[in-house]
Design a binder for this molecule. Structure first.
Ligand code: PLP
Length: 445
């Protein structure tokens, strides 16, 4: 056997040992882990019992280049042999962090930006919040502390990022949160029962009213995902973000774009900002940055913010793993693959095909509709034909059924079933995803 490759584990024994020693996120106490993943290649994963899965979720919406890329493994190993760890605190730096920062700025449409590295998405959101408040503080507006967020948002598992999320598990049973958060409606016309062409007017009006009520001089920033991911892969009407940005600029409120899911080709561009037509003050990145081969995130700031935060003592926040050399080397190898294989265009093409094929589900009574944006897609499941009401229990159990019956991994949610496959998705795999939805959804009561 190849050096470093372990023997395939005994699935049942491992599940028992797991139950004794692990505490899992989101695993109800009466259940236990059953699926022992052992390997992956492209869009496929295999478990310890030899069962194959089509990973239409790209892990946690992150595996842009597909599973099992040796070139990334080799980049990691090479970096570990040369410099496995060094910090970017104080006056230290290293070549991989500099190269990656240059690359992240170079692939965007604004080449004046600067990069702060984190280990993941939640950490990035926490940093972006600190930056937003701190920048106002340094500019003589310390009362700008409120953060605007939106329904159906997910921004992370920290106390602040969790509070900015519309995610009840994080806000019940954990005591007081930092506070000073105001939640706006989501640009989710299907859920609101609105015509999409009217949605932006209503949402912009709501934003302006909230600013009037709270007072612009007390608001630091608005945070939003270009496409609401956990909320149901919801893309806003095309005029939504530019109009929101205009209102924020008028009031000196910063725009934090959470691109943890949408960057690196997910919507056919390096950054979704370049598709939705905004210039965020702060952009949070993670996931597709390394395709999940190493935990890494980043906050990209405007030059203006970087200059303010870098003055007078510097920005006094950091993490041990900020700018981890192995993470940076992995990210560079991942970005090389995305570029060399033309995965931005490939994602757009695969997405268009997926969107088209999903229309075949419209005749199924409990399918309220389907949507696609880049290589993200959703199937709305409704309580009764013709209604827009979601199932009270959400679509989590249906996602499990699809997995167990067809081997296709999709994500459940409060309303919709969603997919965001690796950007290397083939036509045959696209058809397989849609067939899996069809097989299970057409049998729903
Ligand atoms: N922001 C968005 C849009 C996300 O979807 C997620 C995770 O799914 C996060 C932030 C949090 O990232 P992490 O889980 O890496 O902390």
């Amino acid at each position: 056997a190849e050096a470093g490759v372990r023997a395939r584990p005994d699935a049942r024994a491992l599940a028992d040992r797991d139950r004794a020693r692990l505490l899992h996120p989101f695993l109800p106490g009466e259940q236990h882990s059953r699926i022992v993943m052992v390997e992956g290649e492209g869009c496929r994963l295999r478990d310890a019992e030899g069962r194959e899965y089509l990973d239409a979720t790209a892990g946690m919406w992150l595996c842009q280049v597909g599973h099992g890329r040796r070139e990334i493994a080799e980049a990691a190993a090479g970096q570990m042999r040369t410099l496995e760890y060094s910090t970017v605190f104080w006056d230290y730096t290293h070549d991989r962090a500099v190269e990656l920062a240059e690359r992240l700025v170079g692939i965007g449409s604004d080449d004046t930006r600067r990069v702060f590295f984190t280990s993941g998405g939640s950490e990035g959101v926490e940093i972006a919040l600190r930056m937003a408040r701190n920048v106002h503080h340094r500019r003589g507006e310390p009362d700008r502390t409120w953060i605007l967020t939106r329904d159906s948002a997910y921004h992370g598992a920290g106390y602040a990022s969790g509070e900015l999320s519309d995610f009840p598990p994080y806000t019940t049973g954990f005591g007081p949160h930092p506070g000073q958060v105001h939640r706006l409606s989501a640009p989710y016309p299907f859920a609101a029962g609105e015509a999409p062409e009217k949605a932006t007017d209503l949402l912009v009006h709501e934003l302006e009213s909230a600013i009037d009520r709270i007072g612009a001089h007390r608001i630091a920033a608005l945070i939003g995902e270009p496409v609401l991911a956990l909320g149901g892969m919801v893309a806003p009407p095309p005029d939504y973000w530019p109009r929101v940005e205009q209102v924020l600029r008028r009031h000196g409120i910063l725009l934090i774009l959470d691109e943890v899911v949408t960057a690196f080709g997910r919507v056919g561009h390096w950054y979704a900002a370049d598709r939705i037509g905004v210039r965020p003050d702060l952009t949070v990145l993670s996931k597709g940055l390394t395709s999940g081969y190493f935990p890494l995130g980043a906050v990209v700031t405007s030059e203006d913010i970087a200059r303010t935060l870098g003055g007078d003592g510097g920005f006094p926040v950091g993490h041990t793993y900020s700018g981890h050399p192995v993470g940076c080397a992995v990210a560079l190898a991942n970005l090389d693959i995305i570029e060399r294989e033309g995965l931005l265009d490939a994602a757009e093409r695969a997405g268009a095909r997926l969107g088209e094929e999903l229309r075949s589900l419209h005749d199924i009574p409990l399918v309220g509709g389907t949507r696609q944006y880049g290589l993200t897609a959703a199937v709305e499941i409704v309580r009764a034909p013709g209604s827009r009401d979601p199932l009270p229990e959400g679509t989590y159990a249906i996602a499990d059924q699809i997995r167990d019956r067809t081997g296709v991994l999709v994500r459940g949610g409060p309303r919709a079933l969603t997919v965001a496959p690796p950007l290397v998705l083939s036509d045959r795999e696209t058809t397989e995803i849609v067939a899996a939805f069809g097989e299970v959804l057409s049998g729903l009561p």
